[in-house]
Design a protein around this ligand. Structure first.
Ligand code: HEM
Ligand SMILES: *[C@@H]1O[C@H](CO)[C@@H](O)[C@H](O)[C@H]1NC(C)=O
Ligand SMILES: *[C@@H]1O[C@H](CO)[C@@H](O)[C@H](O)[C@H]1NC(C)=O
Ligand SMILES: *[C@@H]1O[C@H](CO)[C@@H](O)[C@H](O)[C@H]1NC(C)=O
Ligand SMILES: *[C@@H]1O[C@H](CO)[C@@H](O)[C@H](O)[C@H]1NC(C)=O
Ligand SMILES: *[C@@H]1O[C@H](CO)[C@@H](O)[C@H](O)[C@H]1NC(C)=O
Ligand SMILES: *[C@@H]1O[C@H](CO)[C@@H](O)[C@H](O)[C@H]1NC(C)=O
Ligand SMILES: CC(=O)N[C@H]1CO[C@H](CO)[C@@H](O)[C@@H]1O
Length: 324
């Protein structure tokens, strides 16, 4: 190897060692020079909103997931439909997504301080982290920045890219694999279901008509099924919601895995994690909360890097709901 080549490779190795190369061109504190207060403005504003609305962390965490899985983490989920285009947010799986107004408000604050600098994609990524972290008063995972905003948002992109609550393990694994995430990430990130709610119609087939013979899902804990039946009284109830993690749906904790291992996962997609030996072993390991938090922080970093636009690609939107 020529010596200049060797030098190049050593530099690359050094960069990677200090964490610059993870997540491609994303880096720590991208706005340090261009908008030094950006991350604090986002944090302060997010925390103010969480104080007022304790369900916001679940909303923003899910919104971030739906953003990253469709066209990468490019804030395409935030774009409004227009006369000529039905956007991602108006697709069926968008059911109950909310918090758009919060992101738009944070964006307006940033546009006032440093116009045209901070991307909606970074705002959403940071706000998701900061909202979940609020209960701990410390950041629960590192967020690298430097994402830029996409200019395309299509309703038709959502269904093929967002896994469904009825999916089996094979389909879930494939979905995550297509985003560069592995089975470990799948089990770890499903732990996001330790906060938030689910609508009855997304799981009541498990209670009332699992195989089309008026039966119950045998893989669902019978006591839990009886409880869920008191909440969701028909197959067609599309309005009632239940906590995904009963009694602690506002606490980001290890209860998702404790429940899951007792066959109390709410969706078929949760229960599906127990149908694969490797995944089941991971689900048992993650009942250790310390381990869950460590692993979640690493998987969130990987999810936050899916298909990002950096450098001069995409744009910095002026408003998160419309392309420039
Ligand atoms: C593994 C595949 C996944 C499937 C099939 C899935 C499916 C769902 C469904 C059906 C809901 C209920 C929506 C509603 O009824 O309003 C939901 C809620 C939620 N999901 Fe997932 N999800 C998955 C992965 C993830 C990931 C990776 C995260 C984030 C790390 C996440 C975070 C959330 C959160 C926080 C909620 C609660 C939202 C709220 O309270 O409004 N999910 N998910
Ligand atoms: C954020 O809030 C902290 C604590 O209230 C305050 O000290 C800081 O000045 C705020 N930063 C910005 C940029 O608003
Ligand atoms: C507080 O939350 C309520 C309901 O979630 C909302 O209507 C209201 O606008 C919020 N207030 C502020 C100051 O954000
Ligand atoms: C999983 O679901 C897919 C699509 O519905 C189906 O084709 C496949 O046979 C299922 N796999 C298993 C193991 O049940
Ligand atoms: C249960 O599923 C079967 C087969 O899909 C369907 O024919 C039947 O009408 C369903 N029962 C109810 C109560 O919806
Ligand atoms: C949980 O995991 C942590 C970190 O891996 C480890 O130090 C600790 O001993 C584990 N706790 C239990 C109860 O296994
Ligand atoms: C996007 O649509 C929502 C709901 O119709 C509206 O409140 C919001 O102002 C729109 N955002 C922009 C930037 O036009
Ligand atoms: C929050 C949100 O944008 N919800 C939309 C989801 O999509 C339906 C249409 O499928 C719209 O009516 C909702 O407004």
């Amino acid at each position: 190897m020529k010596s200049c080549e060797l030098l190049l490779w050593s530099c690359l190795a050094l960069f990677c060692a200090v964490g610059v190369c993870q997540g491609g061109d994303l880096r720590k504190n991208f706005y340090r020079g261009s908008c030094p207060d950006a991350e604090n403005i986002i944090k302060n504003s997010t925390e103010k909103h969480v104080t007022n609305n304790s369900e916001l962390p679940a909303k923003l965490l899910r919104m971030h997931f739906h953003d990253c899985f469709v066209r990468g983490c490019d804030a395409s989920i935030l774009i409004n439909s227009t006369a000529s285009n039905t956007a991602e947010k108006d697709s069926v799986p968008n059911l109950s997504l909310s918090g758009f107004d919060v992101i738009e408000e944070i964006k307006a604050e940033l546009e006032e301080k440093c116009p045209g600098i901070v991307s909606c994609a970074d705002i959403l990524t940071l706000a998701a982290r900061d909202s979940v972290s609020f209960q701990f008063q410390k950041p629960m995972w590192e967020v690298l920045t430097g994402r830029r905003d996409g200019r395309v948002s299509l309703e038709s992109d959502v269904f093929p890219n967002i896994p469904a609550p009825f999916d089996n393990f094979t389909v879930l694994r494939q979905s995550f694999q297509s985003k560069g995430l592995n089975v470990h990430d799948l089990v770890v990130l499903s732990g996001g279901h330790t906060i938030g709610i689910g609508h009855c119609n997304l799981f009541s087939n498990r209670l009332y008509n699992f195989t089309g013979r008026g039966d119950q899902d045998p893989s669902l804990n019978p006591t839990y099924a009886e409880f869920l039946k008191t909440k969701c009284q028909s197959l067609t109830d599309t309005t009632t919601t239940v906590e995904m993690d009963p009694d602690s749906s506002l606490d980001f904790d290890n209860d998702y895995y404790v429940n899951l291992n007792q066959n109390r996962g709410l969706f078929q997609s949760d229960a599906a994690l127990l149908t694969n030996k490797g995944a089941r072993n991971i689900a048992v390991e993650l009942t250790n909360q310390t381990k869950f938090f460590t692993e979640f922080s690493q998987s969130m970093k990987r999810m936050g890097a899916i298909g990002v636009l950096t450098g001069t690609t995409g744009e910095i939107r002026k408003k998160c709901g419309v392309i420039n």
